[in-house]
Design a protein around this ligand. Structure first.
Ligand code: FES
Length: 83
């Protein structure tokens, strides 16, 4: 199971949830989001290490080195940081 480490907040396990955001939500992390559909960019975080896979094609284009937690799942252990 992939681990998600949020710098300064701790870590949790990804257990087959729909998205990384949902896994973080379920585990009590206070993550920013709005649309949950890849449109607003509110959920963008910096991906420090690890690999993710897109589960939907976001309309919002994340900056280089950033991911939308609502639109990806982790493929490996990942480390992310709030922006
Ligand atoms: S919550 Fe809007 S893009 Fe992720």
């Amino acid at each position: 199971m992939a681990k998600i480490n949020v710098v300064g907040q701790g870590e949790c396990e990804f257990d087959g949830q729909f998205s990384m955001l949902e896994a973080l939500d379920e585990n009590g992390f206070d993550m920013p989001y709005s649309c949950r559909g890849g449109n607003c960019g509110a959920c963008a975080v910096r991906l420090i290490s690890g690999e993710v896979e897109e589960i939907q094609s976001p309309a919002y284009e994340a900056a280089a080195g950033e991911i939308l937690t609502c639109s990806v799942i982790p493929l490996t252990d990942v480390e992310i940081e709030l922006i």
